[in-house]
Design a binder for this molecule. Structure first.
Ligand SMILES: Nc1ncnc2c1ncn2[C@@H]1O[C@H](COP(=O)(O)OP(=O)(O)O)[C@@H](O)[C@H]1O
Ligand SMILES: [Mg+2]
Length: 290
């Protein structure tokens, strides 16, 4: 996943305004920003102006699979005749993790959030949940200070989500940074309130996909603590780099909490990607076989 990629099409008319619909608090976000496309492009991220690229193709494959697994349908198609107790919160919580640091979690999270919002017109909220090594805001050229995910976990009743939310002006993309309580992340992620908060976040943005850029599984307990609360896990494997036993250990740890795991092979040759992605899926992807 190396080059920039283009905007290909808008899949359909927007199902809410660029910043979000009236039924979400996106429009009330305390802060807003413009995509710094040059900065993103210089770091190799998906941008609308780039030519058709391998990155765009790979992202499309990952998105197709993710949307299928989430049973995601656009507004209009999605509304089911559910009411009262039968109404469920949307399946829109996605955690991106990996075995170790520097395998491409943030790269994958940002590219997914950007390309879903820009190419598919599917709203995303990208959350920097990697409190030990937060990088999302820096990649967007934004100030990482201020309220963020760890503050929302620490004081869900005091700090409103909108105070931590930064919405992009033109595209259906919003960001939540790491926040100011990073040092307490293990404690905060392990509290029962973390699960309650994530369900609340999911319900606040029913038309958006919420992407949590999480820490790696083997370095700290945070990813395993978040795992039971999310709907899908994208597990990034660095092709030809991550030792297989370490990958197996990390995935085993996640499977104890959540078996909805898809593997994404980062920095792989296309041919290898196809072979490895398929074989790993077959082996680990229990949920898909059910
Ligand atoms: N497929 C890729 N192509 C180009 N650069 C990449 C790719 N994957 C990761 N990188 C870069 O490698 C570095 C580490 O990746 P990152 O996503 O930050 O790792 P992690 O979040 O897993 O710690 C970053 O500078 C990132 O932009
Ligand atoms: Mg990262």
């Amino acid at each position: 996943m190396k080059q920039m990629s283009p905007i290909v099409h808008r899949a359909s008319a927007p199902d809410d305004t660029a910043g979000g619909g009236a039924d979400t608090p996106i429009a009330e976000a305390a802060a807003s920003f413009d995509l710094n496309k040059e900065l993103l492009a210089s770091q190799g991220f998906f941008t609308p102006q780039g030519p058709s690229s391998r990155l765009a193709l790979e992202l499309r494959a990952i998105k197709r699979r993710l949307l299928r697994r989430l049973d995601y349908k656009k507004r209009g198609q999605r509304r089911r005749p559910a009411s009262g107790a039968s109404r469920k919160r949307p399946r829109n919580l996605i955690m991106v993790t990996s075995t170790r640091p520097a395998e491409g979690k943030t790269f994958t999270s940002i590219n997914l959030a950007l390309s879903l919002a820009i190419e598919d017109n599917i709203g995303t909220v990208l959350v920097d949940a990697d409190a030990p090594r937060p990088k999302v805001m820096k990649h967007f050229g934004l100030d990482a200070g201020g309220m963020g995910f760890t503050d929302l976990l620490a004081r869900p009743s005091d700090v409103h989500v909108r105070e931590a939310l930064r919405r992009e002006h033109t595209h259906k993309l919003a960001l939540i940074g790491e926040g100011t309580e990073r040092a307490r992340s293990t404690e905060l992620y392990s509290r029962d309130e973390a699960g309650v908060f994530l369900k609340d976040l999911s319900a606040r943005f029913p038309d958006r996909l919420i992407i949590l850029d999480a820490p790696p599984v083997l370095a700290t307990p945070e990813a395993a603590l978040l795992a039971p609360h999310v709907d899908e896990i994208i597990f990034v494997v660095e092709a030809n780099e991550t030792p297989e036993p370490a990958v197996a250990t990390a995935i085993d740890e996640l499977l104890d909490a959540n078996d909805r795991i898809s593997l994404v092979l980062n920095r792989a040759l296309v041919a290898e990607n196809v072979i490895h992605y398929g074989s790993y899926d077959e082996y680990y992807d229990k949920a898909d076989r059910d």
